[in-house]
Design a protein around this ligand. Sequence first.
Ligand code: SF4
Ligand code: SF4
Length: 121
Amino acid sequence: MILEPIAKVARSTTKKRFTVQYPDSRESLPDGYRGRLRLDMKTCINCSACALICPNKTIDMVMVETERGPKKMPQVNHERCLFCGLCEEVCPPKCLTLTKNYEFESYDRREFTTRPEELEA
Ligand code: SF4
Ligand code: SF4
């Protein structure tokens, strides 16, 4: 009886570790995967619908200098984001979209607050 768990541990130590493959090899993500938000500042109409619909108050409308003068655009706190997709759904010109980017980890919480200009990247 006691030998079975010991055998399992022994087998697991000789198995290839999958986590060490990252970031050299990555799994492909399914369609509809919800990752970091992206903003196309050129087509944003500054309507604030994304900020109003966000259930976790993740989006703040902040001032940005644009070719059309100063405008308010969404700033996203990815630390609070639920990746629910409501902001994407409600955006009239579809300029705010969820991407497949999941690599935005940080030791500094302030880095999760993403300005409109950074959301373009
Ligand atoms: S995906 Fe959901 S939680 Fe995240 S910013 Fe959009 S509405 Fe808010
Ligand atoms: S990102 Fe979309 S919903 Fe948000 S302010 Fe711009 S146009 Fe409106």
